[in-house]
Write a new protein. Sequence first.
Length: 158
Amino acid sequence: MKKLLLALGLLAGLIVPASAHGFTIGEIEIVHPFLRATPPKATTAAGYMVIRNGGSTPDRLLRIETTAAEKVEFHRTVIEGGIAKMQPIKEGFEIPAGDEFRLGADGTHAMLVGLTGPIDLGFLMDATLVFDKAGALPMTFEVEPAGTKLEDTEAHHE
């Protein structure tokens, strides 16, 4: 179904691939969405990306849907008393007008919980980003080596 929606969106010109592994819908552009490879039998994985809003009004990433996990949650990792803790972010992330949001900066990430299979290097994971104003954007996460950071991918993916 997601592939059919993507194909229809591409044909209608509503969804177009951006350059170097990116996706767009309306004024929203996703730049190099990626997951980190996980060890065998892992039950969670983390996702990252840059979301640019070329429009004149803010938008909000509400959720990410995929069949590769039971659910996707948004988190921010914070250090409290020398211990890293994940704080859930229930309201999603605002994408300011004429600006960008970096899912991977300030400890933010998308946490895939209850993986349905391994997340191996080279794997492509289909997902749909759901925005408040822009709507649903079918897209694909690439899998990078464990430990990859957002800034590691930016120099050669834009």
